[in-house]
Design a protein around this ligand. Structure first.
Ligand SMILES: [Zn+2]
Length: 403
């Protein structure tokens, strides 16, 4: 079966063109492709009329093992402290089956909104053992033709207070976790935590993705230590830092050096707007802070910044639809980025930038397997404002979803 998509707007290449697909492979991309339909019985012609075509959205920071827990248990105070306590309690009863069911439900929410690449954290410690990891490894394998999944072995409870936690973390890497996580804020010696994570990363040759400075305390700037260690360990380009809220709690002049170090270390930054807006600024009695990292300042320095969902309806965040256009809109509000250029940049933060982090293709090339979604929108900035629906998707065949 052949498909000729007319007037597609490939955002990644900033190009309007026609795309010809034959038996699942892109065989031509051109400003105008003309085919005599009467000579080609098996050709379907779809005029996209300039609608946006993308490879899909990529969610680079999720917690599938905890997702949807809030459907049953509520964090009434809403604080990070209660979330950590509740999470600790609930995971005692996690089974592989339970985690797998909730994770699959969440993945289906992601897919419904056009997300086909995800990086999920999974708690690894002596409480939950490797149950959650095993559930996600199974899902990763079962869904490999439809979804690209990376798994981060995440020591949520720290590794310094329990030798078992450290052993489990190493076992998770042996068992197939793709990336090692970290959360230095949980430890008495945060730098020691970072160094231990690097030690394991080097040993197993994996990238690093840490929860860093999820606080509005201006004095907490662990990101600086992370950047310095990244450079000294020769790990440039292989480290990602999520949250980095405290960068926003400081004057720009005071953290300029730290931001330059982030750039030098080639660290990727993930802003997590829904969770940060919900959890940060809670001790402020006036001039409530928003808690989202300095998206605009980091972006201006060409530091790869992306936006992700983080917690979805769990003790840390009661909200979330696994919809990255929604996360983009929340970012636009939270970071006061409503101009056309800013919104177009935000669109990149949920598409091409995380796609690259997750080693996925972004643009469209002749000879590649066709896999994409079409948004019912004509400009990226408008897709965010209008919360565009998906017009249709192509994966082995064309499926029109909305007109
Ligand atoms: Zn997280």
């Amino acid at each position: 079966m052949k498909y000729l998509f007319k007037n597609a707007y490939i955002v990644s290449d900033n190009r309007k063109c026609d795309i010809l697909i034959d038996n699942g492979t892109i065989v031509d991309i051109n400003d105008e492709i003309i085919i005599d339909k009467s000579r080609s019985d098996d050709l379907e012609l779809i005029n996209l009329e300039g609608r946006i075509i993308i490879r899909g959205f990529a969610d680079a920071h999720l917690h599938l093992d905890k997702a949807l827990l809030n459907e049953t248990y509520s964090n009434e105070s809403g604080t990070l402290k209660e979330a950590i306590q509740l999470g600790k309690k609930l995971k005692r009863s996690f089974s592989k089956k339970d985690v797998k069911e909730r994770a699959l439900k969440t993945i289906n929410m992601c897919r419904k909104h056009g997300t086909f690449a995800i990086r999920t954290n999974v708690d690894i410690d002596e409480i939950v053992g490797l149950n959650s990891l095993d559930a996600l490894l199974e899902l990763k394998d079962e869904l490999k033709d439809e979804l690209h999944m990376q798994i981060v072995a995440f020591p949520q409870e720290g590794i310094q207070n329990s030798n078992k936690n450290l052993l489990y973390l190493e076992e998770a890497l042996k068992r197939g976790a793709d990336i090692i996580g970290g959360i230095p804020a949980m430890e008495e010696d945060p730098i020691g935590h970072i160094k231990k994570v690097f030690e394991l990363a080097v040993k197993y040759d994996v990238d690093i993705d840490m929860h860093i400075d999820e606080t509005d305390d201006p004095k907490s700037l662990t990101i600086k230590d992370l950047a310095e260690i990244t450079i000294s360990e020769g790990y440039k380009g292989r480290v990602t830092a999520g949250h980095c809220c405290s960068l926003s709690a400081n004057n720009f002049e005071d953290i300029k050096g730290t931001i330059n170090l982030i750039k030098e270390a080639e660290i990727h930054i993930i802003a997590l707007p829904s969770t940060n807006l919900y959890l940060q600024g809670r001790n402020d009695v006036k001039d409530f802070r928003r808690g989202i990292t300095r998206v605009k300042d980091l972006m201006k320095l060409d530091i790869p910044v992306m936006i992700a969902s983080d917690n979805i309806r769990d003790p840390f965040n009661p909200f979330g639809n696994a919809n990255l256009l929604e996360a983009a809109l929340i970012t636009a509000h939270g970071c006061q980025m409503g101009g056309t250029n800013d919104l177009n940049s935000i669109f990149q933060m949920v598409t091409d930038i995380p796609m690259k982090l997750l080693n996925q293709d972004t643009g469209f090339k002749i000879g590649e397997k066709a896999r994409f979604i079409v948004l019912n929108s004509y400009e990226p900035w408008r897709a965010i404002i209008s919360q565009s629906r998906i017009f249709g998707k192509y994966h082995l065949k064309w499926e029109k979803l909305n007109s």
